[in-house]
Design a protein around this ligand. Structure first.
Ligand code: G3I
Ligand code: 9MR
Ligand code: ZN
Length: 472
């Protein structure tokens, strides 16, 4: 059930010889490509927190409900029940900022290519008549709603103070804390709740309206709040996801609320924030690109022609630049710095290329995006397919607690990939002499190169589903 006819996956996507034209393959109709999409999508189900995963669906990754104890609001005597959501990564933290990147990727993917997403992912909601990607995202949205305070502010994260050993989810029983509201979390939250509204309206109107109200409430909080960046308090070492600049999160929220409601105040806020210098990225910290995408590709025609023109021009300029890099790279990629999570940065660029192709069809952009995906699936200096379970070259020892506890890599997970800065001891010890692009280790010790994350899988799913359609 977990396997994806692995042996053949790479032969489908990879240019085994460089001239093989992936566009001729017809991926949408190809059951192997479909099973890769399903496997990468099921990772979200297998990361679910606060509920039990049954053996018939989750196999060796089944577990009883985890992280169900009430969590203390940090340095207070208040306890909250905040269950649900996906475990972020190889750890069991639940962090709003990266969660929103994951949700945004998945909703954009569904909006762009609904036909790539079936109701047959083999998750508890399969067969209910709703695309499983939307069922899965709803699971996360319901957790996010629990992370909002009555005044609209959104808590930054809920985690323990420390990372646990390589134990199964239900075995992490140390105290959990709810950490202070940040404006990055609140802006991202407002944005993805507004993105959700039109997509869930026809599925469950009451839920969709709840999302919209929560979005507006978060936006009101932002309007009255100075920037509240998050920093780990002393004694807390779980993921920080810190961000000193919240103007791009405010921009993303304004764009999404304009799309959801058509109200002119959100558009004028968006125009103003755009001019005051946004970044057009798709990272967990830099979300300006999502604001642009929502405004440009949303169902509502944006009434600010100047803003739309600028977004479009920026997208095309960026795509041309990425193509030049890709065409000059032996592996067809557009990054020249390998940061922690390099595979995400690379796929974010592929997403930009695919959006540029939507704005102005250009086979050059699609070819470059395809080369990026081929790199991820094995056409890289190490010859590694960076998705677990995909083929015999896939990582076997990801830094992922459920996998380590089960003694087998959970399938369908994208690992971080090379990190030139050698951020963990294993990498420092074993990779120092290697070129930047080879600073990757298939070892459970190497959390900076071989961990996984929901917001890396989500952008992979975006790229897979978009190319799947373009290539069929
Ligand atoms: O932005 C700077 C850049 O200006 C500088 O040139 C470069 C080189 O020094 O560093 C860049 O900052 C990096 C930052 O990510 C933004 O890309 C840091 O070096 C790098 O350490 C940092 O890595 C993050 C890592 O957490 C450590 O904080 C990853 O992006 C992030 O994905 C990762 O997330 C972790 C969570 O904390 C915990 N859960 C698992 C998850 C995945 O590993
Ligand atoms: O396991 C942790 C991983 O999920 C995080 O992404 C990473 C960076 O914050 O940290 C890992 O935990 C390591 C800790 O930072 C240092 N001691 C070893 C831990 C790995 O077991
Ligand atoms: Zn859990």
């Amino acid at each position: 059930m977990e396997s994806m006819k692995s042996q053949q996956v790479s032969s489908i996507y990879l240019p085994m010889n460089k001239n093989k034209n992936l566009s001729q393959i017809g991926m949408l109709k190809n059951p192997i490509a479909q099973s890769l999409i399903q496997s990468v999508g099921r990772m979200f189900y297998l990361q679910r927190c606060g509920v039990s995963l049954n053996a018939n669906l989750a196999g060796e990754f089944s577990h009883p409900a985890c992280h169900t104890a009430p969590a203390r609001v940090f340095r207070t005597d208040t306890f909250l029940h905040i269950s649900g959501g996906w475990h972020d990564a190889g750890d069991y933290g639940r962090y709003v900022v990266p969660a929103c990147k994951a949700v945004a990727d998945l909703l954009l993917a569904f909006r762009a290519t609904p036909e790539a997403f079936g109701d047959d992912w083999n998750i508890p909601e399969s067969g209910n008549g709703v695309a499983d990607v939307l069922d899965e995202v709803r699971f996360e949205l319901e957790w996010l709603l629990r992370m909002q305070r009555d005044d609209g502010g959104v808590y930054h994260k809920i985690t323990c103070a420390y990372f646990p050993d390589m134990i199964a989810p239900q075995q992490e029983t140390a105290d959990q804390f709810v950490f202070p509201v940040s404006t990055a979390a609140t802006g991202d939250f407002s944005a993805v709740m507004a993105m959700a509204y039109p997509l869930y309206e026809s599925i469950d109107r009451t839920f969709a309206k709840r999302c919209l109200r929560a979005s507006v409430n978060a936006y009101e909080f932002l309007m009255h709040s100075k920037p509240l960046p998050f920093h780990n308090p002393s004694g807390v070492v779980t993921g920080e996801y810190g961000d000193e600049n919240d103007s791009d999160e405010r921009y993303f929220a304004a764009c999404a609320l304009y799309q959801a409601t058509g109200q002119p105040n959100y558009l004028s806020d968006a125009s103003m924030l755009y001019r005051s210098g946004r970044s057009a990225d798709f990272g967990w910290a830099d979300v300006g690109g999502y604001g642009n995408a929502v405004l440009y590709f949303g169902g509502r025609v944006c009434e600010d022609d100047i803003l739309v023109g600028r977004i479009r021009a920026d997208l095309i300029t960026t795509a041309e630049h990425l193509c030049e890099k890709s065409e000059n790279s032996p592996f067809g990629i557009s990054i020249d710095e390998f940061l922690w999570g390099s595979n995400m940065y690379l796929l974010n660029n592929a997403m930009t290329l695919l959006m540029a192709n939507d704005a102005q069809a250009n086979e050059r952009y699609v070819s470059a995006a395809r080369a990026h995906l081929a790199y991820i699936l094995g056409n890289n200096p190490l010859g590694v397919n960076f998705v677990t379970g995909a083929d015999e070259t896939s990582p076997k020892h990801p830094h992922h607690r459920p996998s380590a506890a089960a003694g087998r890599a959970m399938p369908g997970m994208l690992v971080g990939g090379p990190d030139q800065y050698l951020h963990d001891l294993a990498a420092k010890t074993l990779l120092a002499g290697k070129p930047d692009s080879e600073r990757y280790l298939d070892s459970v010790e190497s959390y900076s190169t071989n961990e996984v994350a929901i917001y890396w899988n989500s952008v992979l799913l975006y790229v897979l589903s978009r190319l799947n359609k373009l290539d069929s």
